[in-house]
Each structure stands twice: as C-alpha cells, then as structure tokens.
Write a protein that binds this ligand. Structure first.
Ligand code: BEZ
Length: 211
C-alpha cells in the first residue's frame, strides 16, 4: 500500500556505501530525508547528488540525516561517486542505498511502472524524529529537484511543530507566519507577544516567533 503523510516510515535493512544499515537505528531520533534517483551514471542524477552533498552542512544544522537510493548495485554507486566528486567539485558525504533487489523501492513505492517499470522515480520522503512521514515528493526523471525547497519545507515543519503557526506561500525562514486558525485572538495575544495583524478573522499574521 502507498505510504501517506503521517504513516510510520517502514523500517528496512539495506547495503549502502557506508555499510549495512537498519533504517530506524541509523536514523535514531533525528529527522531524515530518504530520496531515490533513477540511475547511476546519468546526468541529472549526478548534479542532484553533488547538490545534496554540498548542502550537507544545512541538513546537519537542522538535525536531518540524508540517505539516497537507486536500484544500482554497490560497486556502481562506488564508481559513480568518483565522477560526482570530479564533475560537481564535492564528494558524496552521505550513504547511498544499493537496492538492486528493489526491496526498499517496493516498500516505499518508488517504482512507478507507467513511468518506467525498472527504475525508481525521483521520490523524496521527509521523516521526523518519531519516524513519521511528513513530506512526500515525486519528480519525473527529466527534472532535477530543488533541494533548497526541501530545506524550506523542513524549516516550516520544524517551526510549526514548535509553535501554533502555519507558513504562507513561498515563506522562507525569517518571514512572517500565519497564526493557527484554531487559536482565539486572546490565546494568540498570549502566545505571540510581538502582536498580530488581522487581515480576515481566519488570516492573522505574526512575526516568526522564534526569531
Ligand atoms: C538523468 O539523471 O539524467 C536521467 C536518469 C534517468 C532517466 C532520464 C534522465
């Protein structure tokens, strides 16, 4: 069955470029990004892996562990990493799952047969410290992902877990946020001492509370 938001991320044991891992143990109580790419030694994937590796300090800052996956075997991942370092100016610094038997791909529904019946699509799962799935993205093979967007969503999830707010369209860290509609004006006044602006009773704006 397809994985949905709020589900517990299925656990698995798999071989990776950093040794065998059991997902929940490897992840611990961190956040995690599990993402698949269609195939090693392909151009868009090469740029994606280099980009994620460059962003590793940003993921670390947010206590997010990153792990990649394709159905290629381990020796292929290992050889390809040399090309990634050479062409992207950055060595891969996170584990890549070698899912040649499609165990994890099937578990996470990463193969969409009407798009391609042998390769994984560009899936992304953001998983929280309680192992709950909080974001699912699926991109086509021809489109490289915007990993800054992923960081933006993680910022939003981490903020809205801690405060009774939601983040508006195109929000980035530091922008004003939306007061949770469930809060009364009185509660909002108590929770947001910087005040809030009421545009409509259901649309109240306040400065980001943790800044
Ligand atoms: C790529 O990464 O460039 C790619 C991979 C599989 C299919 C099409 C493009």
């Amino acid at each position: 069955m397809a994985i949905r938001l709020g589900d517990t991320a299925p656990n698995f044991t798999a071989d990776t470029t950093q040794g065998s891992i059991t997902f929940h143990d490897w992840k611990g109580d961190s956040w995690a990004v599990l993402f698949s790419h269609p195939k090693d030694f392909t151009p868009v994937c090469t740029t994606e892996l280099g980009t994620v590796a460059k962003l590793k300090p940003e993921f670390d800052k947010r206590q997010v562990k990153v792990i990649g996956l394709s159905v290629d075997p381990l020796d292929s991942h290992e050889k390809w990493e040399g090309d990634i370092a050479e062409t992207q100016g950055q060595a891969v610094n996170f584990p890549m799952i070698a899912d040649a038997h499609r165990k994890v791909s099937d578990l996470y529904d990463m193969i969409h047969p009407n798009a391609n019946d042998t390769l994984t699509v560009r899936s992304v799962f953001v998983i929280d410290p309680a192992h709950k799935v909080r974001l699912i993205l699926t991109y086509p093979a021809s489109t490289g992902r915007n990993f800054d967007e992923l960081l933006r969503v993680i910022d939003s999830l981490q903020l809205t877990d801690g405060y009774k707010v939601a983040t508006p369209a195109n929000w980035t860290d530091g922008d004003d946020v939306i007061v949770a509609p469930a809060l009364s004006d009185e509660e909002a006044g108590e929770r947001f001492p910087k005040g809030f602006t009421t545009l409509k009773p259901y649309l109240r704006i306040t400065p980001q509370p943790n800044k």
